[in-house]
Ligand binder design. Structure first.
Ligand SMILES: [Zn+2]
Length: 506
């Protein structure tokens, strides 16, 4: 029952840098970071800079040769701490953002629906390697009165007028709209002055085509007839199977993409956890399809801790649920159909877990190693449990965990087509292996050593059919991570998918 993905490798320190020779930081580097034997976090996140900036600051580092004790430069020469307000921001700033702990230029620009280049453009003099919590930066500029910004189409006074509007649909972003209509970001932003990409409203009309000259007096948002639709379905047109030891940086370079663009093609991709053979998207276009799911190893919401229990329900699950109630906690159960017990014999327990608000997720019918199964066998493992879950809780999950953490690229394609997100873990109690509370506690402590609630979240693995786990490890783990300052929660919540409605479907 060995967990045999390359997590051991993936969880090591990951820095993104050019494959040159190992070199110490320049003597002029104002701030260095010494690599520690920790995992689950990166130098970049510790230093609150992007991995791109880290790579720029350490052009001669060879990722394959770095070791504990090496020093990396984490601050640009000549840079100094910025003032709390970016006073030199573009005068037409329409929307300000206050930087929170752990944010980077990349994450801020992504949240604001703009490119990092434009973020820098909106904030002249902005140094992304030294941004600090509390600092205010501009995320949108406007040439129109802000009051017009969020209602209906906006037009510029005289130079040109809008000839086509598009009605914002669910999951649209500024980026998806301008790419779907073949526009550049600059043109789109110019055509929609004051638009708040972060707060796009369903049904909001945005301008997707313009013509020279003043707007005709009769111009209104619907006068030009049918709303144009993007040509063909937009999606991924080219996949790349991650090679051994490849980094996000290397993949994006080889695909001639900026790191930001590559990441925008692969939402949810965590560059610390790249597994060989997993497909990532390296090109998008009309006629593409959604990329296969990228396995999730850790929480995206910092300070959250998703304690998960696999392989049940079984004899000890019921009492575990009562204990969790006394703590007012919700956790995640990855359920089997026939493993320690038969799910139909534990229907009451499962329904109780579901009714009390815990997240129920799929873990195959028989705890099969799906990396050894063909598509038909995998589909049968999935649907057999779906049938049982529909009978017992009335719905099926949207989250899946492969037994043993083992999967291949074809499994992911099938799971994606069947509507599943794939979740693994970054903390393994190894309760299934050792059956020894002391060792399990040590495994826990070692797995999260060096990380804090301020810089990380975690997904931990344990198994409720093991008596020690349900009766001793679970309460210990809850107390332990709470004392460290983490919020114990479900996998969905720790990934920012907090509404239980999203965890299930009919
Ligand atoms: Zn399992």
């Amino acid at each position: 029952m060995k967990f045999f993905t390359i997590l051991g490798v993936a969880a090591a320190f990951v820095v993104i840098c050019a494959p040159e020779t190992l070199a110490a930081p320049a003597a002029t580097c104002p701030k260095t970071y010494t690599l520690l034997p920790t995992k689950g976090t990166t130098v970049a996140s510790k230093a609150k800079i992007t991995e791109k900036v880290l790579a720029q600051l350490n052009p001669k580092y060879d990722c394959k040769k770095i070791k504990v004790g090496d020093k990396l430069c984490v601050q640009a020469v000549g840079s100094k701490a910025p003032s709390s307000v970016q006073s030199s921001a573009a005068p037409k700033c329409f929307s300000w953002h206050t930087i929170s702990s752990g944010e980077s230029c990349w994450s801020i620009s992504k949240d604001a629906g703009i490119t990092q280049d434009n973020l820098v453009k909106y904030n002249p003099g902005l140094n992304c390697s030294t941004i600090q919590p509390g600092q205010k930066i501009c995320t949108a500029i406007s040439s129109a009165a802000p009051s017009k910004a969020s209602t209906g189409p906006t037009t510029t006074p005289t130079a040109f007028h809008c000839t086509s509007y598009y009605s914002v649909k669910k999951n649209d972003t500024c980026w998806s709209i301008w790419t779907a209509f073949g526009q550049t970001e600059d043109k789109f932003m110019a055509n929609n002055p004051g638009i708040q990409c972060k707060g796009l409203q369903l049904g909001q009309q945005v301008c997707v085509a313009t013509a020279a000259g003043p707007a005709p007096s009769s111009a209104s948002k619907s006068s030009s007839g049918a709303t144009p639709t993007p040509t063909g379905k937009w999606g991924c047109t080219k996949l790349h199977a991650i090679g051994k030891d490849e980094t996000c940086w290397a993949i994006s370079q080889a695909a001639k993409l900026t790191l930001d663009t590559f990441l925008s093609y692969n939402p949810g991709l965590d560059c610390r956890f790249l597994n060989a053979g997993v497909n990532v998207c390296i090109a998008q276009g009309a006629g593409g399809s959604p990329p296969p799911p990228i396995p999730i190893y850790t929480c995206t919401k910092k300070g959250t801790f998703a304690i998960t229990f696999d392989d049940g329900p079984y004899n000890f699950t019921d009492a575990l649920l009562d204990y969790l109630d006394t703590q007012s906690l919700k956790v995640t159960f990855f359920i089997n159909g026939k493993n320690f017990g038969n799910i139909y014999d534990y229907a009451k327990t499962l329904k109780k877990a579901f009714d009390r608000g815990h997240q129920i997720a799929h873990h195959t019918w028989s705890h099969a190693n799906i990396s050894t199964l063909n598509e038909a066998a995998l589909r049968s493992e999935i649907t057999q449990l779906e049938v049982a879950l529909r009978k017992i809780i009335g719905c099926i999950p949207t989250y899946f965990r492969p037994p043993f953490g083992a999967y291949n690229a074809d499994n992911l394609r099938v799971l994606g087509a069947m509507g599943y997100k794939v979740v693994v873990w970054d903390v393994d109690s190894e309760d299934w292996l050792v059956e020894n509370l002391k060792k399990e506690q040590t495994n826990y402590q070692n797995a999260i050593k060096g990380t804090t609630p301020a810089d990380s979240g975690h997904i931990s693995l344990q198994h409720d059919p093991h008596k020690i786990t349900s009766q001793q490890l679970a309460p210990w783990a809850v107390d332990y991570v709470k004392k460290l300052g983490y919020k114990v929660t479900t996998v969905g919540d720790c990934l920012g998918d907090s509404d239980p409605k999203n965890w299930y479907r009919p």
